[in-house]
Design a protein around this ligand. Structure first.
Ligand code: AMP
Length: 156
């Protein structure tokens, strides 16, 4: 059984390239659809709730920056073909930029978009970082479909 719709969670750093490429490689042979999602976490959440200042302007800047980065990613991956032949193209409508908490929003989007595989990057953390958890770990728990954690080699 092959996957029909892959949802790739991108943090919009340079590390999202291997994650997108792996998803493209899986989707390519079967013509599965590939969607990308980036979550902008509310700043008040990062500061733990009550913040005695107005963060709305900063939040807007963060959102605008993420939008710009998403469009750059789209430029890079929207071509129908690459050097090795055909590959799935990511269309503008396949990009999702949402506010919220990554795990919750990724699960929600996977359900509404009927995705059958979520693809995330994983640093293979150990020690204290493992105790604190990671987005990949978080996404795995309670996921509505299969989850592929693409090993990112940076921390090896
Ligand atoms: P982390 O555990 O935060 O180092 O991130 C590992 C992976 O989780 C990344 O490679 C992405 O696939 C995903 N991820 C992290 N942050 C976000 C975000 N804000 N939006 C979407 N995916 C994310």
């Amino acid at each position: 059984m092959s996957y029909t719709h892959l949802l790739v969670a991108v943090d919009l750093t340079e590390e999202c390239d291997p994650v997108i490429k792996r998803a493209m490689a899986i989707a390519g042979p079967t013509g599965a659809k590939v969607s990308l999602v980036h979550i902008v976490e509310p700043m008040a959440m990062a500061f733990g709730g009550d913040v005695p200042m107005d963060l709305s302007q900063l939040q807007q800047q963060q959102f605008d920056q993420a939008k710009l980065r998403m469009s750059q990613v789209l430029d890079k991956y929207s071509a129908k073909t690459d050097a090795t032949g055909s590959r799935p193209a990511i269309e503008p409508g396949d990009l999702h930029l949402v506010y919220g908490q990554p795990r919750q929003e990724i699960h929600e989007l996977a359900k509404t978009e009927h995705c059958d595989l979520i693809v995330v990057g994983s640093h293979g953390r150990h020690g204290l970082a493992l105790l604190l958890g990671s987005t990949a770990n978080d996404v795995l728990h309670g996921a509505p479909c299969d989850v592929l954690a693409v090993r990112l080699k940076k921390d090896d």
